[in-house]
Design a binder for this molecule. Structure first.
Ligand SMILES: [Zn+2]
Length: 195
């Protein structure tokens, strides 16, 4: 499946028009108000696996993983703060956090619908990145692009027949009307990814 799911009820402004603004993204990561949701193997890292809430963190403790190239997604802006998701699968565990014991379905069912939609979107995007690490055109390892909403082939247009038109890859986005569903249903509406 090439699709990700976008859920009704997601309270974040996805700011799709600013995803190419690297300077702005960098400033968000430097902002102490910015929040980050680390996930390991698509499970959110939590300090209390019985708590019915997402465990948003400041960026600073995850800076090393970000700088090492872990998949980072700008989920959007909410409550005046930027919210990111990070694939922390390869990052060393921070003291007091765990992911292994999280029951994602139970968590998604117990948190507010808006948070469940954010979690579902983060998982869909990180899963897409994990399965699309190479250019579909030439097979070169691709790199993350558009603040986590796409990937691109780093080769020049002249190499290996990889044309510029084919160098960017984005997940297809499928709208779901089931905002707090614990399992995405096949949606009726397919549209172009938000940009
Ligand atoms: Zn390519």
């Amino acid at each position: 499946m090439e699709e990700i799911y976008t859920f009704a009820g997601n309270p974040l402004d996805r700011v799709s028009q600013r995803r190419q603004d690297a300077g702005w993204i960098a400033s968000l990561l430097d902002d102490p108000e910015t929040r980050l949701l680390p996930l390991r193997e698509l499970k959110p890292l939590v300090r209390d696996s019985s708590a019915a809430e997402l465990d948003w963190r400041p960026v600073a403790p995850w800076r090393e993983a970000i700088d090492a190239g872990a998949a980072l997604i700008l989920l959007g802006i909410g409550d005046g703060r930027a919210h990111f998701a990070l694939d922390a699968s390869a990052a060393p565990a921070l003291a007091g956090t765990e992911a292994e014991t999280v029951d994602v379905r139970a968590l998604a069912a117990s948190i507010p619908g808006g948070e469940a939609a954010v979690l579902a979107e983060a998982r869909s995007l990180l899963d897409w990145h994990a399965r699309h690490g190479f250019c579909a055109q030439c097979g070169t390892a691709s790199v993350i692009d558009s603040a986590g909403w796409g990937r691109r082939c780093p080769t020049s247009t002249s190499r290996r027949g990889c044309s510029s038109a084919a160098r960017r890859f984005r997940p297809r986005s499928t709208a779901s009307t089931r905002g707090s569903s614990t399992r995405p249903r096949a949606a009726r509406t397919t549209r172009r990814p938000p940009r």
